[in-house]
Design a protein around this ligand. Structure first.
Ligand code: AMP
Length: 368
């Protein structure tokens, strides 16, 4: 069956880029989003409704041949769709990604290395966890955390109660603070027949819990690191009989031959550390996600030169600044500026790693 219309739960920038990626295949998208002004409205039909409104979900399902989603905090109500329409990736993967404790248990069950951590329910269990995990440590809400929200660094056991209060006294995990060399991620896609493709690893810089820059392919990645990242992603994709794009974020501990990865989290969707693939790979993560959910063969993940993706966070660059960088591929999402909000991204691409570094340096000087 050739698919004409895909339904997407969520109408943010990820939905917008998913829809744009399949325009050339003649595929249309409908998004479900409560915000009449959502990013994807320019590219897609929109059903204005809450993500957990059963009638709106049914309307989405009835108007599309397959449904996917652009963010992992889709409510359990989406399960009603399973009786009406194909939905990918599986809601089982969603449920795991929504809860950091369950996610960490999944990593353990699959033999994937993770940072030392403890589940936390109350001040007493947090104090006990601080004893076993040690200081410094990061307290993270189990659910609904993103871009560093719902997290607090603890440097002193005396601050346990205050830290728990900061995240809203909700169930949490306490993570050992990992003194990592760098952060790496892998984006992979699996089709309905079980074929898996991997993009090269990306090296990511976060500040305040928010991704600032991704560079891909990551430099100085040994075959062992690649094998570790691909092996982890493969196990997760197969565990869930997953269809679509999945990202796994890692911390690299140690350098050179001593380098190894511990997994931090998964995203059962297209991911910010894969945005560079729009210009920097033969087939973007967005198109490969859509190809997978539509039952099509996956496209090549071969990189084109070297790429850096820089998020535009909070404010727009000063007027005219980006005009001075014609080499920059600019993606503005049409979102109002707000502190800490991702309102766009820029991709830089160059034939060599050195040329990319020069371009990035010039970008930082010109755009700030
Ligand atoms: P997360 O929401 O878990 O992806 O965390 C956001 C960012 O906070 C990560 O990308 C890291 O930069 C930092 N971070 C999270 N967990 C840890 C940890 N256990 N140790 C050190 N840094 C961390």
């Amino acid at each position: 069956m050739s698919i004409q219309r895909v339904g997407i739960i969520g109408g943010g920038q990820l939905a917008q880029m998913l829809a744009q990626s399949v325009k050339h295949l003649g595929v249309q998208c409908t998004v479900l989003d409560p915000n009449e002004d959502c990013c994807a409205r320019s590219t897609c039909e929109q059903i204005v409704g809450d993500y957990d409104d059963v009638e709106s979900l049914k309307q989405l399902a009835n108007g599309a041949e397959v449904v996917t989603y652009e963010f992992e905090n889709v409510s359990a109500s989406a399960a009603v769709l399973e009786d009406i329409v194909e939905i990918h990736p599986s809601t089982k993967a969603l449920a795991v990604a929504q809860d950091r404790h369950i996610e960490r248990q999944m990593f353990c069950d699959l033999g994937i290395a993770i940072p030392e951590y403890e589940p936390v329910e109350c001040v007493q269990s947090l104090e006990a966890a601080l004893e076993s995990v040690g200081i410094p440590a990061i307290l993270k809400a189990r659910r609904l955390g993103y871009d560093g929200k719902g997290q607090v660094l603890i440097n002193d056991p005396e601050h346990a109660a205050a830290a728990l209060k900061t995240i809203g006294d909700v169930p949490a995990i306490l993570d050992q603070f990992v003194a990592f060399e760098r952060e790496l991620s892998i984006v992979a896609a699996r089709d309905k027949l079980g074929n898996i493709v991997f993009y090269p690893l990306a090296e990511n810089v976060h500040r305040g819990g928010i991704l600032r820059v991704s560079k891909a392919p990551a430099r100085d990645v040994s075959d062992a690191l690649t094998a570790q990242a691909q092996g982890a992603a493969r196990k997760i994709l197969e565990e869930f009989n997953y269809v679509g794009v999945l990202a796994v974020e890692f911390f690299q501990i140690g350098k050179g031959d001593d380098g190894h990865l511990v997994a931090n989290e998964i995203a059962p969707r297209v991911h910010n550390t894969g945005h560079w693939t729009i210009e920097g790979a033969q087939t973007s993560q967005f198109e490969n996600h859509m190809r997978a959910v539509m039952g099509m063969e996956l496209g090549s993940t071969e990189p084109i030169g070297h790429s850096a993706m820089v998020n535009i966070i909070g404010n727009e660059p000063r007027p005219g600044a980006l005009d001075a960088m014609p080499e920059a591929f600019v993606h503005m999402y049409g979102k109002a500026p707000r502190a800490g909000r991702k309102i766009g991204h820029v991709t830089l691409n160059a034939p060599s790693a050195d040329e990319l570094d020069s371009l990035l340096e010039r970008f930082t000087r010109v755009v700030g």
